[in-house]
Design a protein around this ligand. Structure first.
Ligand code: CP
Length: 309
């Protein structure tokens, strides 16, 4: 892998390699000294131009567990806030000799642009409504841990599909894994292009839940909504939220996922968020190993100094 911009860039073999590498790297977290020397001497820059808790900290820990040096760079407090262009920011990072850039941006397409400016690997940590590939990889890894082989398994993705880069990446990754995908959402929160996505679309969550092996709830993205997409939060929760009654409709071994951050009481009730079959904190833990795997697969060959000669 040169860059990790979109799940569309992966084939099934690459996906399996990432998930298997993640499995191998997971035990590092159990060691007393939680690090390996794999990327010693390399510099990873985390360029976060949009707010993040999970992804930013997860990439930071992942790079450090592989012994890379990490520069954490956010728009606030940098020359970006003085109007420096994205291109000049990228060229400045390149001039400082970073070996990889992890980028989060509110603008769809920013990681592709960055990859055009830079001669080092670019990892997309979420861009606009477009893609969030490492989130999808950690979601699918977590499903594989619980469900085993994913071919023929059924995933429901519920909620604000329209504004969700998580949904776009996850649907592609789940399908690449051989899963069947059903979207459940209010019609106002589905993109017009959904009919070309190769998924089933349903309206009645109660009817879908008994059929699926996993359900991923999407955050209602109020910050991306400039008009009303549903009448009230209470009505949204009643029609599309997962609560304790609906949890009982799932198969006994079905699991509940959420990418975070959650709106408790909207797309997921507080008791479901804390229920045993909700694997939300496991997703966060697995995210570190998934990001370690991506950094390893993209950078491990570079520790010999070949790219600097
Ligand atoms: N899931 C996710 O991307 O969370 P953050 O915005 O906190 O990184």
């Amino acid at each position: 892998m040169r860059h990790l911009i979109s799940i569309e860039d992966l084939d099934r073999e690459m996906l399996t390699t990432i998930l298997d590498t993640t499995q191998q790297l997971l035990p590092i977290a159990e060691r007393r000294i939680k690090s390996a020397p794999t990327l010693r001497g390399l510099v990873v820059c985390n360029l976060f131009l949009e707010d993040s808790t999970r992804t930013r900290i997860s990439f930071d820990i992942a790079a450090k567990r592989l012994s890379a040096e990490v520069i954490n760079f956010s728009g606030k407090g940098s020359s970006v806030s003085k109007g420096e262009s994205f291109k000049d920011t990228a060229l400045t990072l390149a001039a400082m000799g970073v070996d990889a850039v992890v980028v989060r941006s509110g603008s769809s397409g920013a990681p592709v642009q960055l990859a055009n400016y830079l001669d080092v690997p670019v990892l997309n940590a979420g861009d606009g409504w477009h893609q969030h590939p490492t989130q999808a990889l950690l979601d699918v890894f977590t499903m594989r841990q619980h469900l085993g082989q994913l071919d023929g398994r059924h995933l429901a993705v519920v909620g604000d599909v329209l504004h969700s880069r998580v949904a776009r990446s996850l649907i592609q990754t789940a399908k690449l894994s051989g899963m069947e995908v059903t979207l459940v959402a209010p019609p106002t929160l589905l993109p017009a292009s959904v009919e070309n996505w190769g998924v089933r679309v349903a309206r009645d969550l109660d009817a879908v839940l008994p059929e699926v092996d996993a359900v991923e709830l999407l955050r209602v993205q109020r910050e991306r909504m400039h008009r009303a997409f549903f009448p009230t939060t209470r009505e949204y929760a009643a029609e599309w939220g997962l609560d304790a009654r609906r949890l009982e409709l799932l198969k006994p071994d079905a699991i509940v996922l959420h990418p975070g951050p959650m709106n408790r009481g909207v797309e997921i009730s507080a008791d479901v968020a804390d229920a045993d079959r909700a694997v939300i904190t496991e997703q966060v833990t697995n995210g570190i190993a998934v990001r370690m795997a991506c950094l390893y697969l993209m950078l491990a060959g570079r520790t010999e100094g070949d790219h600097r000669e």
